[in-house]
Design a protein around this ligand. Sequence first.
Ligand code: ADP
Ligand code: MG
Length: 256
Amino acid sequence: MAKIFCVANQKGGVGKTTTTVNLAAGLAKVGQRVLMVDLDPQGNATMGSGVDKRQMALSIYDVLLESASVAEAAVFSDKCGYHVLGANRELAGAEVELVEVERREKRLKTALAEVADDYDFVLIDCPPSLSMLTLNGLCAAHGVIVPMQCEYFALEGLTDLVNTIKQVHANLNPDLAIIGLLRVMFDPRITLQQQVSDQLKAHFADKVFDTVIPRNVRLAEAPSYGLPGVVFDPAARGSQAFVAFAQEMVERIHKL
Ligand code: ADP
Ligand code: MG
């Protein structure tokens, strides 16, 4: 049975997409069967997995509106080694179209249930908002991975997300839990980052992943080649950190 994880944080530019595609590639590298679901109309995770968002016959939009199954709409990225259920600007319309339909927040959950045996991991890249799309992700997931930068307002920014997760847990998805906080774009030379990192560990204890993702320019360059850093430059420090994170995730799910 696939374990389903949302990569979420309501802030933009915190590393959600980078985390999703590199974790997907890292998991594929250690032998896991992975489906990456792009829930962001920007389609960055789609493009960053070597799938052209402008050329897709079917996308997550068709799945949410129940005009296609996941198996029909997902494509395999040869270069990356995982399946991609892609998104493009069409998805922005789904937000409005879903308002009128029944079970609107459970569409993704229902669709993913059909492919549960085909994958070990499903990773969902969420948009930077707590919208109907993110809600679909949270309803479908067993857990949430929260990438965060160790900055001054980091803890404060978590409050909204933690409250939303609590509400979804109480009302819609009793399975949902925060799996962990992932420290990303980390620079140990910056004292403040070290301090915030210590605070995170004090507050959240074992909810903070052991792996730390360093700030690494190769991870930022990779998307322009349509690849996750893990595939683009496996030797880069950032890529190695994501493969270590993939191993940590594999170990964690055995304990869940
Ligand atoms: P989000 O999906 O949360 O909006 P992204 O993953 O797109 O965030 O990351 C925002 C920007 O930061 C991108 O330009 C990305 O390449 C860059 N970035 C993300 N993680 C790292 C990292 N560890 N080191 C350097 N740059 C990074
Ligand atoms: Mg993104």
